[in-house]
Design a protein around this ligand. Structure first.
Ligand code: NFA
Length: 101
């Protein structure tokens, strides 16, 4: 008689964790010209004139507007670059980031 031995196979769960996305948020201020905000949104976030104008107006009316979502690194880099573009032109234009729920 032949004994059968069973070897337990350890299953490794392929847990593909997707990175949490971060929002880039445009903050309204009283000094940055509307056209300048639109120009920065088009250049840094590759938006059309129409999209950029809508985002600018929403921030202007409500105080803030979500521009787009990216991985943490990309969101932070774009927010910094867009904020720096305003600073370089002498405007207090501000972009921040926050993690998505
Ligand atoms: N509130 C600014 C103005 O009236 C325009 C603006 C919109 C600035 C969105 C910053 C963000 N000139």
């Amino acid at each position: 008689m032949t004994d059968t031995i069973t070897i337990p196979r350890t299953k490794t769960k392929p847990k593909t964790e997707r990175p949490k996305l971060h929002k880039v948020i445009l903050i309204n201020d009283d000094f940055t010209p509307r056209e300048f905000v639109v120009r920065v949104l088009k250049a840094e976030f590759r938006m059309s004139e129409d999209q950029a104008h809508r985002v600018m107006i929403t921030a202007h009316q409500r105080g803030v507007c979500v521009v787009a979502v990216f991985t943490k690194d990309v969101a932070e880099t774009k927010a910094t670059r867009a904020t720096d573009a305003g600073k370089a032109a002498g405007y207090p234009l501000m972009f921040t980031t926050e993690p998505e729920e």
